[in-house]
Design a protein around this ligand. Structure first.
Ligand SMILES: N[C@@H](CCC(=O)N[C@@H](CS)C(=O)NCC(=O)O)C(=O)O
Length: 214
């Protein structure tokens, strides 16, 4: 058994399957060839059943031999510290990777997530639409000049940015062919495919168990 444990829910409904953020950490481990195990907490009671490990009642969190980290961003950076596959070791490459990793969270996901919530609520005049168009337009421009965000190669910054941008509603919002090609390029990677398939299998196994005992 590995000393690296990725914690997630034991089950989620169909909707979020393939998008629960433990996938980010699985993907990073797969890219870096790091051994890991998946540990779960009950989905039922999630609001309060693991607050001592994730103060917002969310997943994922990482346990590396007793070192516990919540929030997918720092957990990814911790994994990246273990492998130059995810993070270049030269200072310019590292700085560039860090800046785009934080940009994925703080300049893109900070817009896409609230926009998505309002969109889900059925508001046809989503007040964040203009902000989305502006931020995603900038990403389209940046990606038209390069295949990957930092250091001329795939890094943890691309893993995070692609995971933020691959949300179906975000992909369907406007027409950005360069970003679409980027998301496809990232999610065609075998490490992503394995991470996603494994997440789906975990939840499907619980469905099957529940169906049997019903
Ligand atoms: N900023 C957090 C967000 C985590 C998050 O939104 N997790 C979702 C699953 S992908 C969750 O636990 N949702 C349940 C909830 O918020 O109650 C991170 O990146 O780790």
């Amino acid at each position: 058994m590995s000393d690296l444990a990725i914690w997630t829910y034991d089950w989620v409904p169909q909707g979020p399957r393939g998008f629960v953020r433990d996938l980010r950490l699985r993907w990073a481990c797969e890219e870096a060839g790091l051994d890991y195990t998946i540990r779960t907490i009950p989905f039922d009671g999630r609001e309060t059943n693991h607050l001592e490990r994730q103060p917002f009642g969310q997943v994922p969190y990482l346990d590396d031999t007793g070192l516990e980290i919540f929030e997918s961003g720092p957990a990814l950076l911790h994994l990246a510290s273990k492998s130059d596959t995810l993070m270049p070791r030269d200072s310019a490459g590292e700085a560039e990777t860090l800046q785009w990793t934080i940009a994925a969270l703080n300049s893109i996901e900070m817009v896409t997530v609230p926009w998505w919530f309002l969109n889900m609520s059925g508001d046809k005049d989503n007040p964040l639409a203009g902000w989305m168009t502006q931020r995603l337009g900038h990403i389209e421009r940046v990606l038209s000049e390069r295949d990957w965000l930092a250091a001329n190669r795939f890094t943890v910054a691309d893993l995070l940015m692609a995971d933020v941008l691959r949300v179906p509603a975000v992909r369907a919002f406007g027409d950005r062919p360069v970003t679409e090609a980027y998301v496809t390029r990232a999610t065609d990677r075998p490490a992503f495919k394995k991470a996603k398939a494994d997440q789906m299998l975990l939840f499907e196994a619980v469905d099957a168990k529940r169906a049997k005992s019903a």
